[in-house]
Design a protein around this ligand. Structure first.
Ligand code: FAD
Length: 301
């Protein structure tokens, strides 16, 4: 396999998969890199809401469909984590632990990861009650009480998912009102299995072999609540550590681009959840990818 491509796309979430497929269809030699499994954030979401226009409603099926189409279109999928990226020889050098690659243009589609709570017990109980995936781990908590932390779309969406399995879901939110879309708020209000605790933040996750309770802080002081599981959806942190410092970030660490989606480094583009200003849905991420792919193709052809 050659290590040199017209375009390299970093990340095989929905944004990266979309961009890679379009560029390969246009006849450009295209490689996409993925550090984990293709699909990114939607991989573990069984019922996408909103579902992608014209696509599968299950995240894994949707990503798998795109990956298959990309292979057919001639995308080279490289299962390696990109550790560094630098301008070189009129293009870019992309470095992984195993190899160095070259591309004329690079699209950063490395997305974001769920933020952690950063409280005692979170790391220790990972996989023993602390989870990031309601659809995968929910069935382990049949009829039990679990806590979901957060007040945005993901927290409310996943709290609803967990009520398919759990006896009760405690929705712990620091603020006094949700930041989620009204339809998710209505779903939560109408769900008798969800108990909302506003003005509360998790201080510690406690237990023996597995999670047994959480300690929360409220205006009235500290309180312990018996739970078997803890799911934190308190926002996303962009995956941009490998991007050169010369590419400016916003206050949240997301990459700044011009309206064209090109960064300040000519030939380096950013799309999807890693980009400052991209909307929160997968349709937004895919729309970014389409725009950048068109611009990159126009530049190279
Ligand atoms: C819990 C949850 C539920 C959601 N549900 C919905 C929903 O129902 N409907 C909806 O429209 N949206 C939903 N979203 C939002 C949606 O997931 C995102 O908008 C979308 O997935 C962003 O896609 P992306 O490709 O930009 O990033 P990501 O999905 O984050 O993909 C980025 C990919 O890049 C890879 N990567 C990162 N760094 C590197 C590196 N250095 N080298 C190689 N690979 C790397 C990652 O492993 C990942 O696979 C949800 C989000 C969450 C958190």
């Amino acid at each position: 396999m050659s290590n040199s491509f017209d375009v390299i796309i970093i990340g095989e979430g929905v944004a990266g998969l979309t961009a890679a497929g379009l560029l390969a269809q246009k006849g450009l030699s295209t490689a996409s890199f993925e550090q984990q499994l293709f699909g990114g954030l939607v991989l573990n979401v069984n019922e996408l809401d909103p579902a992608p226009a014209g696509g599968e409603a299950g995240g894994a099926a949707f990503a798998s469909e795109m990956t298959g189409a990309n292979a057919d279109a001639g995308v080279t999928s490289i299962p390696e984590e990109v550790t560094a990226l630098a301008a070189a020889d009129g293009g870019f050098t992309v470095t992984t632990a195993a190899n160095r690659y070259h591309a004329r243009q690079v699209i950063v589609a490395s997305g974001a990861k769920l933020k952690t709570l950063g409280v005692p017990g979170e790391v220790e109980f990972e996989g023993r009650g602390v989870s990031k995936c309601a659809d995968c781990d929910g069935p382990m908590f049949q009829n039990e009480t679990v806590a979901v932390v957060g007040g945005g779309d993901s927290a409310l969406q996943e709290a609803n998912v967990l009520t398919h399995y759990c006896g009760k879901v405690l929705l712990i939110h620091r603020g006094s009102a949700f930041r989620a879309q009204p339809r998710f708020v209505e779903q939560v209000k109408a769900n008798p299995k969800i108990e909302v605790r506003f003005g509360s933040s998790v201080e510690a996750i406690l237990g023996g072999q597995v999670v047994e309770k959480i300690r929360i802080k409220t205006a009235a002081g500290s309180e312990e609540l018996a739970v078997a599981g803890v799911f934190a959806y308190i926002g996303l942190e962009p995956n941009a550590a490998f991007v050169p410092d010369s590419v400016k970030r916003d206050a949240t660490g997301r990459l700044l681009t011009a309206d064209t989606l090109e960064t300040a480094l000519p030939g380096l583009w950013a799309v999807g959840a890693v980009r400052s200003g991209c909307g929160g849905s997968l349709d937004d991420a895919m729309a970014d990818a389409r725009r950048a792919a068109e611009a990159v193709a126009a530049r190279l052809q």
